[in-house]
Every structure is written in structure tokens, then in C-alpha cells.
Design a binder for this molecule. Structure first.
Ligand code: 5RP
Length: 234
């Protein structure tokens, strides 16, 4: 998929997502390049964004929202969110997702659990028949992470500690590390979550199963709204 087409789709998806917002809502704000486009589009609608209270899923999204004069609030002051809007790395035909390419998976999961309606934006490049071409991010606490990584190793084809652009170990906003893990073809992702959570030190993974209330995606350059598996077209 050409970068230009992908950028255009992100912009269409962002505009479609804004249609779900109402004044005074508490909005869970995702993370990533699609969400950056969403913030830019939302910043053009002052009558709407000025009334929103925004719980951000990363320091990066909080900064971008603040830079655009939006009201970013303390997550502990608003325990229930009206809606959350986020991106995805892969979405399969069962509407399960891999997320966390941007490293915000933990806060994204916490925010999504608290949201009344969860909307995900996925351009066509994110549609897959089976999860796993994108390595699954697994967030692990810093303390003793090499032991935890060795313990999850047999579950995957490979596990690789995420590094930043300068070669330093990547740290999440919770100061944890991430291992990017290639899923075995025969592995059932539903079983993976419980196997991972049995390993001390594992905080969460980028498997998001049963999270999607509405998926906004594209077909032939137009936005399609999907709210159940029966409407999946890829
Ligand atoms: C960040 C995420 C993002 O939603 C996901 O990586 C998609 O990002 P992008 O919109 O840049 O493709 O999970 O942790």
C-alpha cells in the first residue's frame, strides 16, 4: 500500500471517528500515527474539542493534545470514559487485534476497559486473515526482564527486546520494557494470553481480543464501519 494512500485513509478514518463525539464527552485518546491525524482533525473543530475531557493513553498523545489546546485530564479523576478512539497494528476476521507498535499497549488496554464505546481506526494495511505477521509486543517489568523473556521464549518463534532509535532499551511510559515476539503459526492466540499472564513479570501483551465495538476501516478508498464479525469483508 502506498504511503500516500495510507495517509489519505488515516485522514478519512479520523474524520469519520469525530462523528462519534458529542460535546462534554470524556474521551480516551489512543496513540500512534493514526491518532496523531485524528488529533489534528479534531483540533479544527474547536466548538467540540473545547468541551471534551481527554484521558490520554501515552505521554506522547497527551502532549500532542495539549499542544492543540485540548483539555487533558488526570485518569484518576474520570473513572468511566464515554468513548475511546485508538489505532491498531493488525485486525483479523474475528475482530481480534494486535496493538502496541507504538509501545502504549498497557495504558491503551486500561483506557479501553473503562470506555463505554471503543472505536478503532485501521487503514487497509491493517486487515489480516491471521494475526502474527506483526510481532506481538509483550510488556514486561524492568526487574529481571531477561528471566521473564526466557520464560516466554518457548511460546514464540522468536522474542526480541525492543530498542529505541539510538540503540538504547525502549522504555514504556510505565518504565517497563517490551519484547516483540513472533507468534508460531500453530499457536491459538486465545491461549497465548493466559499462558503469558502466568509468567511473573509479564504485565500485558498487545493481544486485544473482544475490544472492538466499532471498527472504522477502508475499502476502495471509502470508510466502512464494522460492528460485528458478520460484516467483515477481507
Ligand atoms: C500504539 C498502538 C497503535 O495504535 C498502533 O501501533 C497503530 O499505530 P499507527 O496508527 O501508527 O499505525 O497500539 O501502542
Amino acid at each position: 500500500m502506498y504511503q500516500r494512500d495510507q495517509d489519505k485513509q488515516k485522514s478519512l478514518l479520523a474524520k469519520a471517528a469525530i462523528e462519534y463525539l458529542e460535546k462534554d464527552m470524556v474521551l480516551g485518546l489512543g496513540t500512534g500515527s493514526t491518532i496523531d491525524v485524528f488529533i489534528s482533525e479534531l483540533s479544527k473543530v474547536e466548538s467540540l474539542f473545547s468541551s471534551l475531557k481527554i484521558v490520554a493513553t501515552s505521554k506522547a498523545s497527551a502532549k500532542k493534545a495539549r499542544d492543540n489546546r485540548m483539555n487533558v485530564v488526570d485518569p484518576d479523576k474520570y473513572l468511566e470514559l464515554d468513548i475511546c478512539i485508538d489505532g491498531a497494528d493488525e485486525v483479523d476476521r474475528n475482530l481480534s487485534m494486535i496493538k502496541g507498535g507504538g509501545g502504549a499497549l498497557l495504558w491503551e488496554k486500561i483506557v479501553a476497559y473503562r470506555a463505554g464505546k471503543r472505536i478503532y481506526l485501521a487503514d487497509e494495511s491493517k486487515q489480516v486473515t491471521q494475526l502474527g505477521a506483526f510481532p506481538l509486543p509483550v510488556e514486561i517489568i524492568d526487574y529481571g526482564h531477561e528471566w521473564s523473556a526466557a520464560a516466554i521464549g518457548p511460546l514464540f518463534k522468536s522474542v526480541r527486546l525492543r530498542k529505541g532509535a539510538t540503540g538504547n532499551i525502549f522504555k514504556t511510559d510505565s518504565n517497563n520494557v517490551i519484547y516483540d515476539c513472533l507468534i508460531k503459526n500453530e499457536e491459538k492466540t486465545a491461549d497465548l494470553s493466559s499462558k503469558l499472564s502466568a509468567v511473573p513479570g509479564v504485565v500485558t501483551s498487545g493481544l486485544f481480543d473482544q475490544f472492538i465495538d466499532i471498527l472504522l476501516t477502508c475499502r476502495n478508498g471509502a470508510v466502512k464501519e464494522i460492528s460485528s464479525k458478520e460484516n467483515v469483508f477481507w
